[in-house]
Design a protein around this ligand. Structure first.
Ligand code: ASP
Length: 328
């Protein structure tokens, strides 16, 4: 049986269209099907060699509107394809806005033994498919090259010739085609003329922390975890408003605070967070700084809130949701 590579479509700008080819901002995301996107990839067959391409549309959505259920739908299709012996890997076309969240979610919930053998490569575009100079087709070609690269493993993000790990990748620019960065860790590698040049090891099992067996988690109703920022003039009012929402659609189970500097929190907000903790709400601190991570893992702050090692706020929120779900 011929080896295969599957492309799963999630929507995003890569599948977007505008009324004019010169318009790279006034477009509607998630319009073009993944099969049509595949047809636009230059030299795809040369990259695939003897392998066959398969495609499936999982969602067709602007990723800013992604719901937790969309992650679950994607994860179940990823598991389906990774389990096929003839499948070399999975490429996912996705919007850039929440790409790092989906990548991190998959890295924590797809079984490590599958990711150790086959990669899941997410890719995207900053310009719509209708653009005079679209970046999506090149990114898809690079993603295919990475997915078929010998030894590739883990959940990866490919954009603008760079390969990032799910643990470190972050969208850092709202317009540039090179919109992603891996901070101090740097990219895992580069794609140059279809060839992958590794700069560090492929992400290993521990890159994102231990894996959650979603099949065993009662995750149909995700635990509600909110993400807040501490800032000059912060008060406890948002935290108290969240606590006061008796009978809300889902009870508040956790709060991630993107704190100032080394994960510090305004004293007024911290007082309200202590009240939240006393009511059983889990509080996690991260730094709102673009680089580095909270130093000192002990609950040394007045709130006693633990710091999430090296995670951005949006990823810490996913980690805390999974952790709370696992304990439920
Ligand atoms: N709003 C779009 C999305 O995330 C942005 C993009 O893909 O670049 O789906």
């Amino acid at each position: 049986m011929a080896e295969k590579l599957v492309f799963l479509g999630m929507g995003g700008t890569i599948a977007g269209t505008a009324s004019s080819a010169g318009d790279n901002v006034g477009y509607t995301a998630a319009q073009v099907g993944v099969q049509a996107l595949l047809a636009s990839v230059p030299g795809l067959q040369a990259i695939l060699g003897d392998r066959e391409a398969a495609a499936e549309q999982v969602c067709q959505i602007d990723s800013k509107d992604l719901a937790h259920a969309d992650w679950q739908a994607l994860r179940s299709r990823v598991l389906h394809y990774l389990a096929m012996p003839e499948m070399a890997g999975v490429v996912v076309t996705h919007g850039t806005d929440t790409l790092e969240e989906t990548a991190y979610f998959l890295s924590r919930t797809v079984p490590a033994e599958l990711l150790a053998r086959k990669p899941v490569v997410l890719t995207c575009a900053m310009r719509p498919a209708s653009s005079l100079t679209p970046d999506g087709p090149g990114n898809m070609a690079d993603a295919a090259a990475v997915a078929l690269c010998s030894g590739a493993r883990g959940v990866l993000v490919v954009c603008a010739g760079k390969v990032h790990s799910a643990a470190h990748v972050q969208k850092v620019h709202p317009y540039r085609t090179d919109a992603f960065d891996s901070g101090e860790a740097g990219p895992v590698g580069l794609v140059e003329e279809g060839r992958v040049r590794l700069l560090s090891d492929w992400p290993g099992e521990d890159a994102s922390g231990h894996h959650f067996d979603l099949a065993a988690l009662p995750i149909q109703a995700w635990p509600r975890v909110e993400l807040l920022f501490s800032h000059a003039g912060a008060t406890g009012s948002v935290v108290r408003a969240l606590l006061a929402q008796a009978g809300a659609e889902a009870p508040l189970r956790g709060i991630v605070v993107a704190g100032t500097g080394n994960g510090t929190i305004h004293k007024s907000m911290e007082a309200a967070l202590l009240e939240a903790q006393a009511l059983g709400v889990r509080v996690l601190r991260v730094s709102r700084c673009a680089y580095g991570q909270v130093v000192g893992g002990s609950p040394s702050h007045r709130s006693g809130a633990f710091a999430a090692a090296g995670l951005s706020g949006v990823k810490a929120r996913i980690a805390l949701m999974l952790e709370i779900a696992a304990q439920t």
